[in-house]
Design a protein around this ligand. Sequence first.
Ligand code: ADP
Length: 601
Amino acid sequence: MAVFTTQRLRWAVFLVLSVAALTAAIWMTGSWARTGAVAVAVRHAKGDANLRAAALEADLDKHRALPIVLASDPDVRAALANPSRKRYAVLNTKLEQLGEQTHATAIYIIDKTGLTVAASNWRSAASFVGSRYGFRPYYREAMARGAAEYFALGTVSKAPGLYLARRLDGPAGPLGVLVVKVEFEDLERAWAKLVDPSFVTDSNGVVLISSMPSWRLRALNPLPAQERLKLRATQQFGASRLDPLPLVRTPHNPIIKVDMPGDRRQVEGQIPVDALGWRVHVLVPAGAAIDAAAGGARAVTALVGLAFVGVLAFGLFLTGRAERQERRRMEAQMELEARVVARTAELSEANARLQREMEERRRAAAELQRLQEQVVQANKLAALGQIAAGVAHEINQPVAAIRTYADNARAFLDRRESDSARENLTIIAGLTERIGAITGGLKNLARKPAAGDLATIDLNTALDGAMVVIGHRPRRQGVKISREGDADVQVLGDGMRIEQVLVNLIQNALDALDGRGDAALRLRVEGDPVKGRVIVTDNGPGLDPEAARGLFTPFVTTKPEGLGLGLVISRDIARDLGGTLEGGAGPDGGAEFVLSLRRAS
Ligand code: ADP
Protein backbone atom coordinates (compact mmCIF):
# COMPACT_ATOMS: atom_id res chain seq x y z
CA MET A 1 0.00 0.00 0.00
CA ALA A 2 2.79 2.39 1.01
CA VAL A 3 4.76 1.45 -2.09
CA PHE A 4 1.73 1.98 -4.29
CA THR A 5 1.21 5.44 -2.81
CA THR A 6 4.90 6.31 -3.32
CA GLN A 7 4.65 5.29 -6.96
CA ARG A 8 1.54 7.39 -7.48
CA LEU A 9 3.09 10.34 -5.69
CA ARG A 10 6.18 10.08 -7.86
CA TRP A 11 4.07 10.04 -11.01
CA ALA A 12 1.98 12.99 -9.74
CA VAL A 13 5.12 15.03 -9.00
CA PHE A 14 6.53 14.06 -12.39
CA LEU A 15 3.29 15.12 -14.08
CA VAL A 16 3.15 18.46 -12.28
CA LEU A 17 6.84 19.18 -12.95
CA SER A 18 6.51 18.10 -16.59
CA VAL A 19 3.47 20.31 -17.16
CA ALA A 20 5.19 23.23 -15.39
CA ALA A 21 8.48 22.75 -17.28
CA LEU A 22 6.70 22.26 -20.59
CA THR A 23 4.55 25.34 -20.04
CA ALA A 24 7.60 27.41 -19.06
CA ALA A 25 9.59 26.13 -22.04
CA ILE A 26 6.73 26.82 -24.45
CA TRP A 27 6.25 30.27 -22.99
CA MET A 28 9.97 31.05 -23.10
CA THR A 29 10.58 29.80 -26.62
CA GLY A 30 7.44 31.63 -27.75
CA SER A 31 8.77 34.77 -26.12
CA TRP A 32 12.22 34.31 -27.71
CA ALA A 33 10.71 33.66 -31.10
CA ARG A 34 8.52 36.71 -30.68
CA THR A 35 11.51 38.88 -29.74
CA GLY A 36 13.41 37.47 -32.71
CA ALA A 37 10.54 38.08 -35.10
CA VAL A 38 10.16 41.63 -33.77
CA ALA A 39 13.89 42.24 -34.24
CA VAL A 40 13.69 40.97 -37.82
CA ALA A 41 10.69 43.19 -38.52
CA VAL A 42 12.43 46.17 -36.94
CA ARG A 43 15.51 45.56 -39.11
CA HIS A 44 13.27 45.31 -42.13
CA ALA A 45 11.52 48.58 -41.18
CA LYS A 46 14.87 50.30 -40.60
CA GLY A 47 16.12 49.15 -43.99
CA ASP A 48 12.96 50.46 -45.63
CA ALA A 49 13.32 53.76 -43.76
CA ASN A 50 16.91 54.03 -44.99
CA LEU A 51 15.83 53.53 -48.58
CA ARG A 52 13.07 56.09 -48.30
CA ALA A 53 15.36 58.59 -46.56
CA ALA A 54 17.88 58.18 -49.39
CA ALA A 55 15.20 58.87 -51.97
CA LEU A 56 13.99 61.92 -50.04
CA GLU A 57 17.50 63.29 -49.66
CA ALA A 58 18.20 62.81 -53.36
CA ASP A 59 15.02 64.75 -54.15
CA LEU A 60 15.91 67.51 -51.69
CA ASP A 61 19.47 67.78 -53.00
CA LYS A 62 18.19 68.14 -56.52
CA HIS A 63 15.94 71.03 -55.55
CA ARG A 64 18.49 72.67 -53.27
CA ALA A 65 20.84 73.11 -56.21
CA LEU A 66 18.28 75.21 -58.04
CA PRO A 67 18.40 78.42 -55.93
CA ILE A 68 22.17 78.26 -55.90
CA VAL A 69 22.35 78.07 -59.68
CA LEU A 70 19.69 80.77 -60.17
CA ALA A 71 21.39 83.11 -57.68
CA SER A 72 24.25 83.56 -60.11
CA ASP A 73 22.01 83.91 -63.15
CA PRO A 74 22.72 87.30 -64.89
CA ASP A 75 19.07 87.73 -65.94
CA VAL A 76 17.90 87.35 -62.36
CA ARG A 77 20.50 89.76 -61.01
CA ALA A 78 19.91 92.26 -63.84
CA ALA A 79 16.12 92.22 -63.36
CA LEU A 80 16.42 92.79 -59.62
CA ALA A 81 19.16 95.41 -59.99
CA ASN A 82 17.31 97.29 -62.71
CA PRO A 83 13.66 96.27 -62.57
CA SER A 84 11.62 96.54 -65.74
CA ARG A 85 8.54 94.80 -67.16
CA LYS A 86 10.49 93.33 -69.92
CA ARG A 87 13.16 91.88 -67.69
CA TYR A 88 10.49 90.38 -65.41
CA ALA A 89 8.74 88.84 -68.40
CA VAL A 90 12.01 87.22 -69.45
CA LEU A 91 12.43 85.91 -65.92
CA ASN A 92 8.91 84.56 -65.84
CA THR A 93 9.54 82.51 -68.93
CA LYS A 94 12.86 81.28 -67.62
CA LEU A 95 11.44 80.28 -64.29
CA GLU A 96 8.53 78.54 -65.98
CA GLN A 97 10.89 76.45 -68.05
CA LEU A 98 13.03 75.59 -65.07
CA GLY A 99 10.00 74.58 -63.06
CA GLU A 100 8.86 72.20 -65.74
CA GLN A 101 12.31 70.67 -65.99
CA THR A 102 12.91 70.21 -62.26
CA HIS A 103 9.31 69.38 -61.22
CA ALA A 104 9.53 72.12 -58.64
CA THR A 105 6.06 73.26 -57.65
CA ALA A 106 6.91 76.90 -57.92
CA ILE A 107 10.01 79.03 -58.46
CA TYR A 108 9.66 82.68 -57.75
CA ILE A 109 11.58 85.84 -56.94
CA ILE A 110 10.63 88.33 -54.25
CA ASP A 111 12.26 91.75 -54.32
CA LYS A 112 13.68 93.43 -51.30
CA THR A 113 10.31 95.03 -50.56
CA GLY A 114 8.61 91.68 -50.27
CA LEU A 115 6.80 91.88 -53.60
CA THR A 116 6.87 88.86 -55.88
CA VAL A 117 8.21 90.14 -59.17
CA ALA A 118 8.51 86.93 -61.21
CA ALA A 119 7.17 83.39 -60.83
CA SER A 120 7.14 80.13 -62.73
CA ASN A 121 3.34 80.06 -62.39
CA TRP A 122 2.90 83.56 -63.86
CA ARG A 123 0.44 82.20 -66.38
CA SER A 124 -1.91 80.43 -63.97
CA ALA A 125 -4.79 81.98 -62.06
CA ALA A 126 -2.94 81.28 -58.82
CA SER A 127 0.09 83.24 -60.03
CA PHE A 128 2.33 84.51 -57.28
CA VAL A 129 3.33 87.56 -59.29
CA GLY A 130 2.23 90.72 -57.53
CA SER A 131 1.73 88.91 -54.17
CA ARG A 132 3.52 90.23 -51.14
CA TYR A 133 5.34 87.52 -49.18
CA GLY A 134 7.48 89.75 -47.06
CA PHE A 135 5.79 88.34 -43.95
CA ARG A 136 6.64 84.72 -44.74
CA PRO A 137 9.21 83.29 -42.33
CA TYR A 138 11.38 81.82 -45.11
CA TYR A 139 11.64 85.28 -46.75
CA ARG A 140 12.49 86.98 -43.53
CA GLU A 141 14.98 84.36 -42.53
CA ALA A 142 16.65 84.35 -45.95
CA MET A 143 16.87 88.13 -45.95
CA ALA A 144 18.39 87.99 -42.50
CA ARG A 145 20.72 85.01 -42.84
CA GLY A 146 21.18 84.51 -46.55
CA ALA A 147 19.23 81.23 -46.86
CA ALA A 148 16.22 79.46 -45.35
CA GLU A 149 14.43 76.12 -45.61
CA TYR A 150 10.92 76.11 -44.32
CA PHE A 151 8.05 73.66 -44.58
CA ALA A 152 4.62 75.26 -44.59
CA LEU A 153 1.28 75.45 -46.30
CA GLY A 154 1.06 77.73 -49.28
CA THR A 155 -0.88 80.91 -48.54
CA VAL A 156 -2.70 80.68 -51.86
CA SER A 157 -2.63 76.98 -52.75
CA LYS A 158 -2.90 75.76 -49.14
CA ALA A 159 -0.75 72.89 -50.31
CA PRO A 160 2.07 71.92 -47.96
CA GLY A 161 5.55 72.11 -49.27
CA LEU A 162 9.16 72.90 -48.55
CA TYR A 163 10.24 76.41 -49.29
CA LEU A 164 13.92 76.67 -50.21
CA ALA A 165 14.83 80.42 -50.09
CA ARG A 166 18.10 82.14 -50.95
CA ARG A 167 18.98 85.81 -50.72
CA LEU A 168 20.32 87.59 -53.84
CA ASP A 169 22.90 90.17 -52.92
CA GLY A 170 23.96 93.16 -55.06
CA PRO A 171 26.78 95.62 -54.55
CA ALA A 172 24.49 97.85 -52.54
CA GLY A 173 23.05 95.14 -50.34
CA PRO A 174 20.29 92.53 -50.67
CA LEU A 175 18.39 92.59 -53.98
CA GLY A 176 15.68 90.13 -53.04
CA VAL A 177 15.02 86.44 -52.34
CA LEU A 178 14.76 83.52 -54.74
CA VAL A 179 12.32 80.84 -53.62
CA VAL A 180 11.77 77.24 -54.80
CA LYS A 181 8.71 75.51 -53.41
CA VAL A 182 8.83 71.75 -53.48
CA GLU A 183 5.80 69.57 -52.90
CA PHE A 184 6.27 65.87 -52.39
CA GLU A 185 3.17 64.44 -54.13
CA ASP A 186 5.25 62.27 -56.48
CA LEU A 187 7.23 60.87 -53.59
CA GLU A 188 4.07 60.23 -51.62
CA ARG A 189 2.48 58.44 -54.55
CA ALA A 190 5.60 56.30 -55.00
CA TRP A 191 5.63 55.46 -51.28
CA ALA A 192 1.93 54.66 -51.30
CA LYS A 193 2.65 51.91 -53.79
CA LEU A 194 5.06 50.26 -51.36
CA VAL A 195 2.23 49.12 -49.02
CA ASP A 196 4.07 49.65 -45.73
CA PRO A 197 2.95 53.01 -44.32
CA SER A 198 5.74 55.57 -44.31
CA PHE A 199 5.91 59.24 -43.36
CA VAL A 200 8.28 62.08 -42.60
CA THR A 201 8.05 64.15 -39.42
CA ASP A 202 9.65 67.47 -38.58
CA SER A 203 11.43 68.23 -35.34
CA ASN A 204 8.05 68.74 -33.61
CA GLY A 205 6.86 65.33 -34.69
CA VAL A 206 4.35 66.77 -37.19
CA VAL A 207 3.87 64.61 -40.26
CA LEU A 208 4.98 66.55 -43.33
CA ILE A 209 5.01 63.86 -45.98
CA SER A 210 3.06 60.60 -45.81
CA SER A 211 2.12 57.65 -47.96
CA MET A 212 -1.25 57.84 -46.13
CA PRO A 213 -2.81 61.22 -47.16
CA SER A 214 -5.02 61.26 -44.08
CA TRP A 215 -1.97 61.18 -41.77
CA ARG A 216 -0.52 64.38 -43.24
CA LEU A 217 -0.18 67.26 -40.75
CA ARG A 218 -0.98 65.04 -37.79
CA ALA A 219 1.30 64.76 -34.79
CA LEU A 220 3.37 61.70 -33.95
CA ASN A 221 2.67 62.27 -30.28
CA PRO A 222 -0.01 64.54 -28.83
CA LEU A 223 1.50 68.04 -28.90
CA PRO A 224 1.51 70.11 -25.73
CA ALA A 225 -1.09 72.91 -25.87
CA GLN A 226 1.59 75.60 -25.76
CA GLU A 227 3.36 74.11 -28.75
CA ARG A 228 0.12 73.92 -30.67
CA LEU A 229 -0.65 77.58 -29.98
CA LYS A 230 2.79 78.58 -31.14
CA LEU A 231 2.43 76.66 -34.39
CA ARG A 232 -1.03 78.10 -34.96
CA ALA A 233 0.39 81.61 -34.52
CA THR A 234 3.04 81.05 -37.22
CA GLN A 235 0.36 79.77 -39.59
CA GLN A 236 2.96 77.25 -40.67
CA PHE A 237 0.32 74.59 -40.95
CA GLY A 238 -2.63 76.93 -41.48
CA ALA A 239 -5.73 75.80 -39.58
CA SER A 240 -4.63 72.15 -39.26
CA ARG A 241 -5.56 70.71 -35.85
CA LEU A 242 -2.45 68.62 -35.67
CA ASP A 243 -4.35 65.66 -34.18
CA PRO A 244 -2.28 62.71 -33.04
CA LEU A 245 -1.69 59.83 -35.43
CA PRO A 246 -3.82 56.72 -34.86
CA LEU A 247 -0.85 54.89 -33.25
CA VAL A 248 -0.74 53.45 -29.76
CA ARG A 249 2.75 52.97 -28.37
CA THR A 250 3.59 51.04 -25.22
CA PRO A 251 6.77 51.90 -23.34
CA HIS A 252 9.61 49.38 -23.84
CA ASN A 253 7.61 47.58 -26.49
CA PRO A 254 8.59 47.98 -30.12
CA ILE A 255 5.16 46.88 -31.24
CA ILE A 256 2.85 49.73 -32.18
CA LYS A 257 -0.89 49.25 -32.47
CA VAL A 258 -1.99 51.02 -35.61
CA ASP A 259 -5.63 51.87 -36.15
CA MET A 260 -5.93 50.77 -39.73
CA PRO A 261 -7.30 47.77 -41.62
CA GLY A 262 -5.14 44.63 -41.86
CA ASP A 263 -2.38 43.73 -39.45
CA ARG A 264 -2.74 46.24 -36.64
CA ARG A 265 0.48 45.27 -34.85
CA GLN A 266 3.39 46.93 -36.54
CA VAL A 267 6.98 47.86 -35.81
CA GLU A 268 8.65 51.09 -36.77
CA GLY A 269 11.93 51.94 -38.42
CA GLN A 270 12.96 55.57 -38.37
CA ILE A 271 15.98 57.46 -39.61
CA PRO A 272 16.95 61.16 -39.44
CA VAL A 273 17.12 63.08 -42.69
CA ASP A 274 19.97 65.62 -43.16
CA ALA A 275 20.05 68.86 -41.20
CA LEU A 276 16.37 69.71 -41.25
CA GLY A 277 15.63 67.71 -38.13
CA TRP A 278 13.26 65.54 -40.16
CA ARG A 279 12.86 61.82 -39.63
CA VAL A 280 11.61 59.21 -42.03
CA HIS A 281 9.33 56.61 -40.43
CA VAL A 282 8.30 53.27 -41.93
CA LEU A 283 5.76 50.97 -40.27
CA VAL A 284 6.02 47.28 -41.05
CA PRO A 285 3.17 44.92 -40.16
CA ALA A 286 4.64 42.35 -37.78
CA GLY A 287 1.71 40.76 -35.95
CA ALA A 288 1.24 37.82 -38.32
CA ALA A 289 4.99 37.16 -38.55
CA ILE A 290 5.32 37.31 -34.75
CA ASP A 291 2.37 35.01 -34.27
CA ALA A 292 3.70 32.58 -36.86
CA ALA A 293 7.21 32.58 -35.36
CA ALA A 294 5.94 32.26 -31.78
CA GLY A 295 3.38 29.63 -32.75
CA GLY A 296 5.96 27.64 -34.70
CA ALA A 297 8.46 27.85 -31.87
CA ARG A 298 5.82 26.85 -29.34
CA ALA A 299 4.69 23.92 -31.48
CA VAL A 300 8.27 22.70 -31.96
CA THR A 301 8.97 23.15 -28.25
CA ALA A 302 5.78 21.33 -27.37
CA LEU A 303 6.72 18.45 -29.69
CA VAL A 304 10.31 18.24 -28.51
CA GLY A 305 9.23 18.77 -24.90
CA LEU A 306 6.56 16.08 -25.17
CA ALA A 307 9.09 13.71 -26.71
CA PHE A 308 11.51 14.53 -23.90
CA VAL A 309 8.81 14.08 -21.28
CA GLY A 310 7.91 10.81 -22.97
CA VAL A 311 11.53 9.64 -22.75
CA LEU A 312 11.66 10.74 -19.10
CA ALA A 313 8.36 8.99 -18.41
CA PHE A 314 9.71 5.85 -20.05
CA GLY A 315 12.84 6.16 -17.91
CA LEU A 316 10.69 6.64 -14.83
CA PHE A 317 8.59 3.65 -15.84
CA LEU A 318 11.73 1.53 -16.31
CA THR A 319 13.08 2.70 -12.96
CA GLY A 320 9.75 1.95 -11.31
CA ARG A 321 9.64 -1.47 -12.94
CA ALA A 322 13.20 -2.22 -11.85
CA GLU A 323 12.30 -1.13 -8.34
CA ARG A 324 9.20 -3.28 -8.39
CA GLN A 325 11.20 -6.27 -9.59
CA GLU A 326 13.83 -5.64 -6.92
CA ARG A 327 11.09 -5.32 -4.33
CA ARG A 328 9.46 -8.55 -5.51
CA ARG A 329 12.86 -10.27 -5.37
CA MET A 330 13.38 -8.94 -1.84
CA GLU A 331 9.89 -10.06 -0.86
CA ALA A 332 10.53 -13.49 -2.37
CA GLN A 333 13.82 -13.68 -0.51
CA MET A 334 12.18 -12.57 2.73
CA GLU A 335 9.39 -15.08 2.16
CA LEU A 336 11.99 -17.75 1.52
CA GLU A 337 13.83 -16.77 4.68
CA ALA A 338 10.55 -16.75 6.58
CA ARG A 339 9.79 -20.19 5.18
CA VAL A 340 13.23 -21.43 6.15
CA VAL A 341 12.70 -20.02 9.64
CA ALA A 342 9.23 -21.58 9.81
CA ARG A 343 10.54 -24.89 8.45
CA THR A 344 13.42 -24.79 10.93
CA ALA A 345 10.91 -24.14 13.69
CA GLU A 346 8.80 -27.02 12.40
CA LEU A 347 11.84 -29.28 12.30
CA SER A 348 12.83 -28.20 15.79
CA GLU A 349 9.29 -28.87 16.91
CA ALA A 350 9.33 -32.25 15.15
CA ASN A 351 12.68 -32.98 16.73
CA ALA A 352 11.35 -32.06 20.15
CA ARG A 353 8.26 -34.17 19.44
CA LEU A 354 10.50 -37.05 18.42
CA GLN A 355 12.50 -36.64 21.62
CA ARG A 356 9.28 -36.61 23.59
CA GLU A 357 8.05 -39.69 21.72
CA MET A 358 11.36 -41.45 22.33
CA GLU A 359 11.09 -40.56 25.98
CA GLU A 360 7.52 -41.84 26.01
CA ARG A 361 8.64 -45.00 24.25
CA ARG A 362 11.39 -45.47 26.77
CA ARG A 363 8.85 -45.02 29.50
CA ALA A 364 6.45 -47.34 27.68
CA ALA A 365 9.25 -49.90 27.23
CA ALA A 366 10.05 -49.67 30.94
CA GLU A 367 6.35 -49.97 31.70
CA LEU A 368 6.17 -52.97 29.34
CA GLN A 369 9.12 -54.53 31.05
CA ARG A 370 7.42 -53.98 34.38
CA LEU A 371 4.16 -55.43 33.03
CA GLN A 372 6.01 -58.38 31.53
CA GLU A 373 7.60 -59.04 34.85
CA GLN A 374 4.18 -58.86 36.41
CA VAL A 375 2.87 -61.21 33.74
CA VAL A 376 5.74 -63.62 34.37
CA GLN A 377 4.97 -63.50 38.04
CA ALA A 378 1.28 -63.94 37.32
CA ASN A 379 2.08 -66.87 35.03
CA LYS A 380 4.18 -68.28 37.77
CA LEU A 381 1.30 -67.97 40.20
CA ALA A 382 -0.97 -69.55 37.66
CA ALA A 383 1.56 -72.32 37.28
CA LEU A 384 1.58 -72.56 41.02
CA GLY A 385 -2.16 -73.26 40.89
CA GLN A 386 -1.45 -76.13 38.47
CA ILE A 387 1.43 -77.18 40.59
CA ALA A 388 -0.69 -77.13 43.75
CA ALA A 389 -3.22 -79.45 42.07
CA GLY A 390 -0.33 -81.63 40.84
CA VAL A 391 1.26 -81.53 44.29
CA ALA A 392 -2.03 -82.56 45.92
CA HIS A 393 -2.27 -85.43 43.46
CA GLU A 394 1.40 -86.34 43.76
CA ILE A 395 1.40 -86.11 47.52
CA ASN A 396 -2.02 -87.77 48.12
CA GLN A 397 -0.78 -91.07 46.72
CA PRO A 398 2.27 -91.37 49.05
CA VAL A 399 0.20 -89.99 51.95
CA ALA A 400 -2.55 -92.63 51.30
CA ALA A 401 0.18 -95.28 50.92
CA ILE A 402 1.83 -94.03 54.18
CA ARG A 403 -1.55 -94.37 55.94
CA THR A 404 -2.02 -97.90 54.64
CA TYR A 405 1.58 -98.81 55.49
CA ALA A 406 1.17 -97.20 58.95
CA ASP A 407 -2.08 -99.14 59.59
CA ASN A 408 -0.32 -102.31 58.46
CA ALA A 409 2.70 -101.55 60.66
CA ARG A 410 0.38 -101.06 63.67
CA ALA A 411 -1.34 -104.40 62.91
CA PHE A 412 2.07 -106.08 62.52
CA LEU A 413 3.16 -104.58 65.87
CA ASP A 414 -0.08 -105.79 67.48
CA ARG A 415 0.75 -109.23 66.19
CA ARG A 416 4.32 -108.74 67.25
CA GLU A 417 5.61 -109.17 63.75
CA SER A 418 8.23 -106.59 64.18
CA ASP A 419 10.14 -107.31 60.98
CA SER A 420 7.14 -106.75 58.85
CA ALA A 421 6.34 -103.64 60.90
CA ARG A 422 9.95 -102.33 60.34
CA GLU A 423 9.68 -103.02 56.62
CA ASN A 424 6.48 -101.05 56.46
CA LEU A 425 8.04 -98.20 58.44
CA THR A 426 11.06 -98.21 56.04
CA ILE A 427 8.66 -97.90 53.12
CA ILE A 428 6.93 -95.04 54.95
CA ALA A 429 10.30 -93.30 55.40
CA GLY A 430 10.97 -93.70 51.63
CA LEU A 431 7.59 -92.22 50.82
CA THR A 432 8.22 -89.18 53.05
CA GLU A 433 11.55 -88.65 51.24
CA ARG A 434 9.66 -88.49 47.99
CA ILE A 435 7.28 -85.92 49.46
CA GLY A 436 10.31 -83.96 50.68
CA ALA A 437 11.81 -84.00 47.15
CA ILE A 438 8.54 -82.65 45.70
CA THR A 439 8.30 -79.79 48.18
CA GLY A 440 12.02 -78.97 47.74
CA GLY A 441 11.56 -78.50 43.98
CA LEU A 442 8.51 -76.38 44.51
CA LYS A 443 10.46 -74.09 46.84
CA ASN A 444 12.88 -73.28 44.01
CA LEU A 445 10.07 -72.57 41.55
CA ALA A 446 8.22 -70.21 43.83
CA ARG A 447 11.24 -68.06 44.53
CA LYS A 448 10.97 -64.56 43.04
CA PRO A 449 14.29 -63.39 41.62
CA ALA A 450 15.89 -60.29 43.08
CA ALA A 451 16.02 -57.56 40.42
CA GLY A 452 19.25 -55.89 39.34
CA ASP A 453 21.69 -58.35 40.90
CA LEU A 454 23.06 -59.75 37.61
CA ALA A 455 26.82 -60.20 37.31
CA THR A 456 29.13 -60.83 34.37
CA ILE A 457 29.55 -64.58 34.08
CA ASP A 458 31.93 -66.47 31.83
CA LEU A 459 29.94 -69.34 30.28
CA ASN A 460 32.93 -71.73 30.21
CA THR A 461 33.53 -71.07 33.91
CA ALA A 462 29.84 -71.80 34.66
CA LEU A 463 30.13 -75.01 32.61
CA ASP A 464 33.25 -76.01 34.57
CA GLY A 465 31.29 -75.46 37.83
CA ALA A 466 28.42 -77.62 36.57
CA MET A 467 30.83 -80.42 35.59
CA VAL A 468 32.23 -80.41 39.14
CA VAL A 469 28.67 -80.91 40.51
CA ILE A 470 28.07 -83.72 37.98
CA GLY A 471 31.19 -85.40 39.32
CA HIS A 472 32.23 -88.87 38.05
CA ARG A 473 28.87 -89.95 36.70
CA PRO A 474 29.76 -89.58 33.01
CA ARG A 475 32.89 -91.64 33.43
CA ARG A 476 30.93 -94.25 35.35
CA GLN A 477 28.31 -94.35 32.58
CA GLY A 478 31.00 -94.45 29.90
CA VAL A 479 29.71 -91.25 28.31
CA LYS A 480 32.20 -89.39 26.14
CA ILE A 481 32.05 -85.63 26.85
CA SER A 482 33.36 -83.09 24.32
CA ARG A 483 33.79 -79.35 24.98
CA GLU A 484 33.64 -77.01 21.90
CA GLY A 485 33.16 -73.42 20.85
CA ASP A 486 34.36 -69.98 21.86
CA ALA A 487 36.68 -69.48 24.80
CA ASP A 488 35.64 -66.13 26.17
CA VAL A 489 31.89 -65.51 26.21
CA GLN A 490 30.67 -63.24 29.00
CA VAL A 491 26.97 -63.04 29.82
CA LEU A 492 24.77 -61.27 32.33
CA GLY A 493 23.49 -63.60 35.04
CA ASP A 494 23.90 -65.36 38.35
CA GLY A 495 26.67 -68.01 38.45
CA MET A 496 24.93 -70.45 40.80
CA ARG A 497 21.67 -70.44 38.94
CA ILE A 498 23.31 -70.77 35.49
CA GLU A 499 25.20 -73.78 36.91
CA GLN A 500 21.89 -75.15 38.26
CA VAL A 501 20.37 -74.98 34.76
CA LEU A 502 23.45 -76.55 33.15
CA VAL A 503 23.54 -79.36 35.79
CA ASN A 504 19.88 -80.08 35.11
CA LEU A 505 20.42 -80.23 31.31
CA ILE A 506 23.54 -82.43 31.63
CA GLN A 507 21.81 -84.77 34.11
CA ASN A 508 18.79 -85.14 31.78
CA ALA A 509 21.20 -85.99 28.92
CA LEU A 510 23.06 -88.52 31.08
CA ASP A 511 19.66 -90.00 32.07
CA ALA A 512 18.79 -90.35 28.39
CA LEU A 513 22.20 -91.88 27.59
CA ASP A 514 21.96 -94.40 30.43
CA GLY A 515 22.81 -97.92 29.16
CA ARG A 516 23.93 -96.72 25.72
CA GLY A 517 27.22 -98.01 24.33
CA ASP A 518 28.47 -95.06 22.20
CA ALA A 519 27.03 -92.40 24.46
CA ALA A 520 28.40 -88.94 23.64
CA LEU A 521 27.63 -85.57 25.15
CA ARG A 522 28.61 -82.39 23.35
CA LEU A 523 28.90 -79.11 25.30
CA ARG A 524 29.33 -76.07 23.04
CA VAL A 525 29.79 -72.40 24.02
CA GLU A 526 28.98 -69.73 21.39
CA GLY A 527 28.86 -65.94 21.42
CA ASP A 528 27.55 -63.26 19.10
CA PRO A 529 27.39 -59.50 19.77
CA VAL A 530 24.02 -59.84 21.51
CA LYS A 531 23.83 -63.29 23.04
CA GLY A 532 25.94 -65.93 24.65
CA ARG A 533 24.81 -69.58 24.31
CA VAL A 534 25.49 -73.00 25.80
CA ILE A 535 24.29 -75.90 23.58
CA VAL A 536 23.91 -79.31 25.24
CA THR A 537 23.64 -82.11 22.64
CA ASP A 538 23.39 -85.86 23.29
CA ASN A 539 23.02 -88.84 21.01
CA GLY A 540 20.40 -90.53 23.18
CA PRO A 541 16.93 -91.67 22.07
CA GLY A 542 15.67 -88.09 21.77
CA LEU A 543 12.52 -86.65 23.19
CA ASP A 544 9.68 -88.96 23.84
CA PRO A 545 6.59 -87.72 21.93
CA GLU A 546 4.66 -87.24 25.16
CA ALA A 547 7.59 -85.43 26.75
CA ALA A 548 8.02 -83.30 23.62
CA ARG A 549 4.37 -82.20 23.81
CA GLY A 550 4.62 -81.35 27.52
CA LEU A 551 8.15 -80.05 27.47
CA PHE A 552 8.60 -77.32 30.12
CA THR A 553 5.26 -78.37 31.70
CA PRO A 554 5.45 -79.19 35.43
CA PHE A 555 5.29 -82.83 36.39
CA VAL A 556 5.57 -84.10 32.81
CA THR A 557 8.16 -86.82 33.02
CA THR A 558 8.92 -90.12 31.40
CA LYS A 559 11.06 -91.29 34.24
CA PRO A 560 9.68 -93.56 36.95
CA GLU A 561 11.31 -91.51 39.68
CA GLY A 562 11.14 -88.20 37.84
CA LEU A 563 9.39 -85.12 39.17
CA GLY A 564 8.96 -83.31 35.86
CA LEU A 565 10.08 -80.04 37.44
CA GLY A 566 13.72 -79.76 36.24
CA LEU A 567 13.06 -78.16 32.83
CA VAL A 568 10.26 -75.97 34.21
CA ILE A 569 12.59 -74.53 36.86
CA SER A 570 15.46 -74.20 34.36
CA ARG A 571 13.39 -72.21 31.84
CA ASP A 572 12.13 -70.06 34.71
CA ILE A 573 15.72 -69.28 35.73
CA ALA A 574 16.68 -68.50 32.10
CA ARG A 575 13.79 -66.05 31.79
CA ASP A 576 14.64 -64.47 35.13
CA LEU A 577 18.12 -63.75 33.75
CA GLY A 578 16.67 -62.18 30.58
CA GLY A 579 17.38 -65.22 28.43
CA THR A 580 15.67 -68.28 26.96
CA LEU A 581 15.82 -72.06 27.16
CA GLU A 582 14.78 -74.04 24.07
CA GLY A 583 14.75 -77.79 23.55
CA GLY A 584 14.20 -80.12 20.61
CA ALA A 585 15.68 -82.82 18.41
CA GLY A 586 19.47 -82.80 18.06
CA PRO A 587 21.54 -83.53 14.90
CA ASP A 588 22.74 -86.92 16.15
CA GLY A 589 19.24 -88.33 16.73
CA GLY A 590 19.27 -87.35 20.35
CA ALA A 591 18.00 -84.21 22.09
CA GLU A 592 19.50 -80.72 22.04
CA PHE A 593 18.90 -77.97 24.57
CA VAL A 594 20.09 -74.36 24.07
CA LEU A 595 20.49 -71.89 26.94
CA SER A 596 20.73 -68.29 25.60
CA LEU A 597 21.68 -65.37 27.83
CA ARG A 598 22.32 -61.64 27.25
CA ARG A 599 25.88 -60.78 26.32
CA ALA A 600 27.73 -58.69 28.87
CA SER A 601 29.26 -55.66 27.17
P1 ADP B 1 12.54 -85.35 35.18
O1 ADP B 1 13.92 -85.36 34.84
O2 ADP B 1 12.24 -85.34 36.63
O3 ADP B 1 11.64 -86.19 34.40
P2 ADP B 1 12.60 -82.90 33.63
O4 ADP B 1 11.71 -81.77 33.63
O5 ADP B 1 14.02 -82.68 33.90
O6 ADP B 1 11.97 -83.88 34.75
O7 ADP B 1 12.39 -83.72 32.31
C1 ADP B 1 11.16 -83.96 31.77
C2 ADP B 1 11.21 -85.05 30.73
O8 ADP B 1 11.84 -84.59 29.57
C3 ADP B 1 11.94 -86.22 31.07
O9 ADP B 1 11.13 -87.12 31.89
C4 ADP B 1 12.35 -86.81 29.77
O10 ADP B 1 11.29 -87.62 29.28
C5 ADP B 1 12.46 -85.68 28.93
N1 ADP B 1 13.90 -85.37 28.72
C6 ADP B 1 14.60 -84.38 29.33
N2 ADP B 1 15.87 -84.35 28.85
C7 ADP B 1 15.94 -85.35 27.92
C8 ADP B 1 17.03 -85.82 27.10
N3 ADP B 1 18.25 -85.33 27.09
N4 ADP B 1 16.72 -86.86 26.23
C9 ADP B 1 15.47 -87.42 26.21
N5 ADP B 1 14.44 -86.98 26.96
C10 ADP B 1 14.71 -85.96 27.85
